[in-house]
Design a protein around this ligand. Structure first.
Ligand code: ADE
Ligand code: ZN
Length: 337
């Protein structure tokens, strides 16, 4: 392991943009396919990986929803969650705010409670056995309608004390944040935090809508915000956290080369980016690998890496005293390494 890679793996960090269904590795997909008798259109793990060549977000989503079809039981969700937590324990991850897509499961007849209980069980186990804290963010699928989002919020009612917030994901272009203004307002009334994917493929106008109509606490991705100087000014003034996902942007062709990635420009513009994996089983790397590859591509300094990790705790939904304790630990690590 290079010096930089070792420094990154040891750097305490939070992951704020992780779709747990996107952590389903082909090996586990096959195991669950056999365990549950659900057919998948692949004959081998190699064939699955070969199918992971995407031209855009929709190409990926088509395969991602197909992969999630093997998840049927509470144990499946638990196993997927634990596989993720075990993997990122080796990346210096101390806290995770994980997305899940209940509609992907309820639309197949898998009850909300099955997915939620399985994930919450894994989260409790990760806290006990790995020392990783976590919280759950329920994402609405934006290609579905507002009524379906409201039905999901209703299904979540018994779990709202164990869900930190709501998010908005899936096919961005053609499904602006405005479509979900009322359900986000309802979520806000229930005390939930709000985040939304915006500016991944969609225009800066979608980022404005996420701010003004959804009243988000963070922006997921936000890359295209850089096209609009007034928006950059607003994001900087409000200190809004951006959950950036370098390898995802590369694999979904948002950038043609990591050397063209906007992360360093975001830092230079006074924004608050963080580094995350999005869907690590599909995009070729967990959060540590995202840090390593973007650091090499953009020639980031150790001070930049510490800023990115600090942003991850500052932008988290942890209580301020817990965020401050993580930041103190990361400053101590940076001073000693
Ligand atoms: N669902 C899972 N990954 C996603 C992404 N990168 N963008 C939108 N929806 C997603
Ligand atoms: Zn995402």
């Amino acid at each position: 392991m290079s010096d930089l890679s070792a420094f990154i793996r040891g750097l305490p960090k939070a992951e704020l943009h992780l779709h747990i269904e996107g952590s389903l590795e082909p090996e586990l997909m096959f195991e669950l396919s056999r365990r549950n008798g659900v057919a998948i259109p692949f004959r081998s793990v190699e064939e699955v990986r070969a199918a992971y060549a995407f031209g855009n977000l929709q190409d990926f989503l088509d395969i991602y929803y197909q992969g999630a079809a093997v998840l049927l039981t509470e144990r499946d969700f638990h196993d997927m969650g634990m596989a993720y937590f075990r993997r990122v324990a080796a990346d210096g991850v101390r806290h995770v705010e994980l997305f899940f897509d209940p509609q992907t499961h309820t639309d197949r007849g898998v009850p909300f409670a099955v997915a939620a209980d399985g994930l919450l069980g894994a989260m409790a186990e990760a806290g006990r056995d790995l020392g990783i804290t976590s919280s759950l963010i329920l994402c609405f699928l934006r290609h579905l309608d507002e009524d379906a989002a409201f039905a999901t919020l209703k299904a979540a009612e018994p779990y709202l004390d164990r869900i930190v917030g709501v998010g908005l994901d899936s096919s961005e272009v053609g499904h602006p944040p405005s479509k979900f203004a009322r359900v986000f307002a309802a979520a806000g009334e229930r005390g939930l935090k709000r985040v939304a994917h915006a500016g991944e493929e969609g225009p800066p106008a979608y980022v404005w809508e996420a701010l003004d109509l959804l009243h988000v606490d963070r922006i997921d991705h936000g890359n295209r915000a850089l096209e609009d100087p007034a928006l950059v000014k607003r994001l900087a003034a409000e200190g809004l956290t951006l959950t950036v996902c370098p390898l995802s942007n590369l694999k979904l062709c948002g950038v043609s080369d990591l050397r063209q990635h906007p992360l360093k420009r975001m830092l230079d513009l006074g924004l608050r980016p963080t580094v995350n994996s999005d869907d690590p089983a599909y995009f070729g790397g967990y959060v540590g690998e995202n840090y390593v590859q973007i650091a090499n591509a953009l020639d980031l300094s150790r001070a930049d890496l510490v800023t990115l990790a600090r942003n991850s705790f500052q932008g988290s939904f942890l209580p301020p005293d817990q965020a401050a304790a993580h930041i103190a630990a990361l400053e101590a690590y940076a001073a000693a390494n």
